[in-house]
Write a protein that binds this ligand. Structure first.
Ligand code: ZN
Length: 427
């Protein structure tokens, strides 16, 4: 464990007096903007334990040190910046992640981290008395872009991923997670569950750009998360008969592409009926020849819905339709569920507290919304009370360079986060 100039013996009040000027939200944003940005796509390629990731992490450390916060890296490579003594317990923690998906946008992750530092500066400007320790965290490898599993840093900490499982993760070039961590200067033998750390946290609040248009449609700059939708991935294998595309009469064909295509349309219909989402976004075809009727079409379905019953109805409806189409074309069908994540309900008491704090501040009812995207806050919600704030994203586009948020909305997010943290550190 690396603890930077720890001053853990100081009292909370003393530490808050050691105030140093922080850079503004806009300055922090400008500093991060060029890091890991690909010149051709304009998107970000900040993959875990790469050079771009190291630059982001160096930036985080600098922000912590500029503010006189105690900097440390935990056993799983997550970065922490502490105001106050972590051992005091009941800490209020905020933060997000700095890594990205391939050619991701600027906001997913960094908005939460930058807003956390800006919110702390705001609290110091307000002369808030910190009755509890406060920490800002950057969780490692949230997007899973390199090793194929999302939220590795928080999963390890929460014990939802074992060290053995993590040691087997391998990237596209054959580099394992332990070798990648080692190359970046971290000890892969240290990784594992961190219950002592979690036991010191009373509440975790993650601010995140909205990955949808609910706030744009409701006309609100900031919202509170209710739940992360249950979601899963299913593999549909349609097996027919490969044959010549020129000489095989249409009536003699057993073409799995036809039943697959009809199934894609059925998925759209079922999702529309239920107010859910269903996507076939990946496909593999054999033999994959332009002049050959396929023998196999393998399609992967990703589906998410507000609750379990709805998701079951949608996926059940898609599978039933797929079997009928397969039968009609003389095609065999296998459906395999490859992964599943149940609904994550954020802590109701903390959510209500956030709504109350923000309502007092603005006099408005803050919208409460569900989301189809996973987050570190969702992983941690099994261990500690967690909550999320969303900032309006006018296009709703995420995981793309088109992801955006207006500066005024970002600053409204910082104020909302500061209000929430002020309410929580005083309790
Ligand atoms: Zn994110």
């Amino acid at each position: 464990m690396t603890v930077g100039e720890g001053r853990h013996g100081d009292s909370l009040a003393q530490r808050n007096d050691r105030r140093r000027p922080g850079t503004s939200f806009q300055e922090m944003w400008r500093e991060l903007l060029p890091v890991g940005r690909h010149p051709d796509s304009g998107g970000y390629r900040r993959y875990a334990w790469t050079g771009a990731d190291a630059e982001c992490r160096a930036w985080f450390r600098q922000q912590a040190e500029d503010r006189g916060l105690a900097y440390e890296v935990d056993r799983n490579g997550n970065q922490w910046a502490w105001l106050g003594d972590p051992a005091a317990g009941d800490a209020v923690v905020t933060g997000s992640h700095l890594d990205s998906v391939p050619d991701g946008g600027a906001f997913d992750g960094p908005l939460g981290v930058v807003s956390s530092f800006a919110a702390l500066d705001e609290l110091r400007g307000r002369d808030v008395e910190f009755a509890k320790p406060l920490a800002i965290v950057n969780f490692g490898d949230e997007e899973g872009a390199r090793f194929g599993l999302a939220c590795v840093g928080s999963r390890l900490t929460a014990g939802q991923l074992t060290a053995e499982q993590a040691h087997r993760l391998t990237d596209g070039d054959g580099t394992t997670l332990p070798r990648a961590m080692e190359a970046a200067g971290y000890d892969p033998d240290a990784i594992g569950p961190d219950p002592e750390r979690l036991a010191r946290i009373g509440a975790f609040v993650e601010l995140h750009v909205e990955q949808g248009r609910a706030l744009d449609l409701s006309g609100d700059p900031v919202g509170v998360a209710s739940a992360i939708w249950p979601h899963g991935r299913w593999r549909f294998d349609f097996r027919g008969e490969a044959n010549h595309a020129g000489t095989t009469r249409l009536v003699d064909r057993r073409d799995p592409m036809l039943s697959y295509a009809e199934t894609v349309l059925a998925a759209r219909r079922e999702a529309e009926l239920a107010g859910a989402v269903a996507t076939f976004g990946k496909i593999a075809v054999e033999p994959n020849g332009v002049n050959a009727i396929p023998s196999l079409v393998r399609g992967w379905l990703d589906s998410r819905a507000a609750d379990q019953d709805t998701l079951d109805t949608v996926v059940g409806g898609i599978e039933k339709a797929a079997r009928e189409y397969a039968d009609a074309h003389g095609v065999d069908l296998d459906v395999v569920r490859e992964s599943f994540t149940p609904v994550v309900e954020f802590d109701h008491a903390l959510r209500d507290e956030l709504g109350r704090i923000l309502g007092e501040d603005t006099g408005l009812k803050v919208p409460v919304l569900g989301t189809g995207a996973g987050h570190d806050a969702g992983i941690l919600s099994g261990s500690i009370p967690t909550a999320m704030l969303f900032v309006r994203n006018p296009t709703g586009v995420s995981h793309s360079p088109a992801e955006s948020a207006a500066e005024d909305d970002c600053l409204a997010g910082v104020r909302a986060l500061a209000d929430v943290l002020e309410g929580l550190v005083r309790r």
